[in-house]
Design a binder for this molecule. Structure first.
Ligand code: DLZ
Length: 160
């Protein structure tokens, strides 16, 4: 479903596992911080609203999206969180740089999930325009950070 048909901040709280007693990591890229910090703050608000203690939310910053994979891997190795959200925002420019950062970061995060000890939640916005980023970080389409926190709560509770 396209995000334009689905508000990223909407969820049914009765279907979300409580985060009480769980610990979550958030890795945030500082590039395009107007958008990434809004996602970070949305994720924190959603965790708090669903029973996670503020002391159990670990936030680390990295320079740009390309550094998310390394920091997420380190946080995973530290072994003291139940899920990690990796947050970045890449906005298309004049060169193919956009494609390389998006591909490298996405592939890196996906590979982390294949050898994961905890789930990695994909909070990378890949936008053609600033307006698209604004729409998805608290604008008309909600906040991707909220969606990521809901995914983290659900994935932290998954069992087989
Ligand atoms: C260099 C760069 C550019 C051009 N654009 C973005 C962007 O839109 N979003 C983002 O998160 N990071 C960008 N970066 C920085 C790279 O992710 C990375 O931090 C640098 O290439 C250093 O490895």
């Amino acid at each position: 479903m396209a995000t334009s048909l689905h508000n990223l901040s909407l969820y049914d709280p009765t279907t979300i596992p409580s985060g009480k007693g769980r610990r979550f990591g958030i890795v945030v890229a500082d590039w395009n911080d107007r958008y990434t910090y809004a996602m970070r703050d949305g994720a924190i608000r959603t965790f708090l609203a669903n029973g996670v203690s503020a002391d159990d939310i670990v936030v680390r910053h990295v320079p740009g999206s390309f550094e998310l994979v390394y920091a997420t891997a380190l946080m995973m190795q530290a072994g003291n969180v139940d899920a990690i959200i990796s947050i970045g925002c890449v906005i298309r420019g004049d060169t193919p740089h956009f494609d390389y950062i998006c591909q490298g970061t996405t592939q890196g995060l996906a590979e982390l999930n294949t050898r994961a000890t905890v789930p990695v939640i994909y909070g990378l916005l890949t936008c053609n325009t600033e307006a698209q980023a604004a729409d998805r970080t608290g604008g008309a389409l909600g906040n991707k950070g909220d969606e990521c926190a809901v995914a983290a709560l659900r994935m932290a509770a998954i069992s087989f």
